[in-house]
Write a protein that binds this ligand. Structure first.
Ligand code: F6R
Length: 260
């Protein structure tokens, strides 16, 4: 697990975009795992800029999003399909048919989830997964208590997550109670993972997830078991890490071949 602390979210986004750029240079048909919410917005902004500047090409890329609310159609302004169209897909040269977001209106949710897992396998697996972090320790919508062996499935959102996400809706009553999410084990199978967290509000849960014990009660802590994880934090989100100075020293002393 590599913890990278940058002065602000834009520097984290630029570093994350360079990691993606490097992957796409080496593998033009890479499979990207994508997230929604506030955290990836600076990253998506930077990817759009790089794509327009001809610095990165998405024409061969396939994408899979982590999650979607059950009950929202893809054209609902609060659905994650809509979010991805607005914040990234419409502004980059990705093939629309190769972008995947779970279907919040699937008739048979169990079958849809199995097909989603199969589609990931059929594309050769996810090369790089982008993650944000919920204030309760969730990744995707794997809420505390989610099995570390879980696959794509229906989950019930916690009250804390519904409150956190109420800012995107007119009222908390409108926030769906159920979602479809990739499982913790689905995420752990991605070849490379980059998790972003920004702001003081994420500092405590970042410290728990990175430096606390691995536990299903903090699903993000499972990332400690993954061999290729980068955690990109601004100073505020890193503020409660015990090993903060050590992480900075490691990053400053990286050999050039490891830099991005
Ligand atoms: C979104 C997702 C969630 C968010 C998390 C943080 O697709 O999977 O895990 O990353 O809830 O949300 P923000 O970034 O809004 O703080």
């Amino acid at each position: 697990m590599e913890v990278i602390i940058q002065p602000n979210p834009s520097d984290c986004a630029a570093a994350g975009a360079r990691i993606i750029g490097k992957l796409l240079e080496a593998k033009a048909n890479a499979v990207l795992g994508l997230a929604t919410g506030s955290t990836p917005l600076p990253l998506y902004g930077e990817l759009v800029r790089m794509n327009r500047a001809g610095e990165v090409d998405f024409s061969g890329v396939t994408s899979f999003n982590l999650d979607e609310y059950i009950g929202l159609p893809g054209d609902h302004p609060c659905s994650y399909r809509y979010f991805m169209e607005q914040e990234l897909f419409k502004d980059i040269n990705i093939e629309p048919g190769r972008t995947h977001v779970p279907d919040g209106l699937a008739d048979d949710v169990g079958e849809h989830c199995r097909a989603y897992e199969q589609a990931i396998l059929d594309c050769g697996g996810i090369d790089l997964q982008i993650l944000g972090l919920g204030s309760d320790g969730h990744i995707g919508f794997n809420e505390p208590g989610s099995s570390l062996g879980s696959r794509t499935r229906i989950k019930t959102l916690t009250g804390e997550t519904r409150e956190d996400n109420a800012r995107f809706f007119d009222s908390i009553e409108e926030v769906p109670r159920h979602c479809i999410t990739m499982g913790v084990a689905t995420i752990m199978e991605c070849r490379q993972i980059v998790l972003f967290a920004f702001g003081e509000a994420k500092a405590e849960i970042i410290a728990t997830a990175i430096e606390g014990p691995v536990s299903a009660m903090v699903p993000a802590s499972a990332l400690q078991m993954h061999p290729e994880v980068k955690i990109l934090l601004d100073e505020a989100a890193a503020s409660r890490l015990k090993q903060k100075d050590y992480y900075k020293e490691v990053f400053a002393g990286k050999p050039s071949w490891q830099c991005f």
